[in-house]
Design a protein around this ligand. Structure first.
Ligand SMILES: Nc1ncnc2c1ncn2[C@@H]1O[C@H](COP(=O)(O)OP(=O)(O)O)[C@@H](O)[C@H]1O
Ligand SMILES: [Mg+2]
Length: 309
């Protein structure tokens, strides 16, 4: 199974290109197109109602739009339940009372999106391709960074926890045998609930990190022949580099006779940043007022390089 992320500045044509490539790939493969952008338009592009559950568009193309708010709430609900189960003393705090405030915590949306990607990748094994249409650059980079960021923190927490367990063991040895009424705090890593939870989290995030950095994952950056989208793409490429994410395709979208020169200039700049990445050029499709044109079908022959098929 291959995974494709379409990223770029708002309005450059991420959704259109994600949809066009999903359509193109579905001529040969089984494809699932998922919109992670809260401002969904996959349904509008294909002109069908799309829900969170995969919606069948053709025998080989399925569509889905994630409900970010719902996901964020579910994520928080699960975390509160796990927290209350792992750290018994938190039950006294009754985290439930804080639910309506905690749901605005920074990072919840990013974790919720990552959970959605994780779930999809694990469960949608019947597809050859999963194409993700992503939210604006900032949010996308943050959720793509999460596995690494989280693993770094967990590693630190494991060290702290280990020190606590070692201290408990020392105390246990000094005190010797306890009477039956006294409680012995766990000092072995394999008995400790918090260590168990941390190693479970490590396993999950390592799996996801492996997927995002693997050979079967590709990030495409969509841009237009204009300076603002060039600047944002430069920041995006820098972010992808920092995170070691697999940038594999540039799409120079909305080219016209009038902006041809700017298109070449922008491409030169992009090549200077990432020289071996192929660039696909997509022309601006002519809109027809009778509603027949949908850029999706106009460009659907060309978005994905032949070499990928
Ligand atoms: N190659 C193209 N030809 C014509 N219109 C396009 C093309 N690519 C995108 N558009 C139009 O540009 C607008 C923004 O595209 P969209 O895919 O929604 O961008 P994004 O998802 O990056 O915000 C939409 O109206 C879309 O139909
Ligand atoms: Mg979009």
């Amino acid at each position: 199974m291959k995974i494709l992320f379409f990223t770029g500045k708002g309005g450059v044509g991420k959704s259109t290109m994600a949809a066009a490539s999903a359509w193109q790939l579905s001529q040969k493969f089984r494809v699932l197109l998922i919109s992670l952008d809260p401002a969904h338009n996959v349904g509008d592009i294909f002109n069908v109602p799309v829900k969170e559950e995969k919606t069948r568009f053709t025998d080989t193309l399925f569509l889905s739009e994630v409900n970010l708010q719902k996901l964020a709430k579910e994520y928080l609900r699960r975390e509160i339940d796990v927290l209350s189960g792992t750290y018994k003393y938190l039950t006294a705090l009754n985290l439930d009372n804080y639910f309506n405030v905690l749901k605005y915590s920074p990072g919840i949306e990013e974790y919720a999106l990552l959970t959605s990607i994780d779930r999809t990748v694990r469960s949608a094994t019947e597809f050859d391709y999963i194409v993700f249409d992503t939210p604006p650059t900032g949010l996308t980079l943050r959720f793509l960074a999460l596995p690494k960021v989280t693993l770094t923190w967990i590693d630190r927490l494991v060290k702290i926890r280990r020190e606590i367990l070692e201290k408990r063991y020392t105390i246990h040895r000094i005190r010797g045998t306890l009477s039956s009424e006294e409680t012995v705090l766990d000092y072995k890593e394999e008995d400790d609930n918090i260590m168990k939870r941390l190693s479970e989290l490590t396993k999950n995030y390592k799996y996801l990190d492996g997927i995002l950095h693997g050979d079967d994952c590709s990030v495409a950056v969509v841009f237009n022949p204009d300076i603002l989208s060039l600047r944002e793409s430069e920041r995006l490429i820098e972010g992808l580099n920092d995170l070691g994410l697999p940038l594999r395709l540039f799409i120079n979208n909305k080219i016209t006779d009038a902006n041809e020169e700017m298109a070449s200039y922008v491409e030169t700049k992009m090549k200077a940043m990432a020289k071996d990445i192929p660039i696909e050029r997509i022309r601006l499709a002519k809109p027809l007022l009778d509603g027949r044109t949908n850029p999706l079908y106009e460009v659907s022959e060309r978005v994905i390089p032949d070499a990928w098929q």
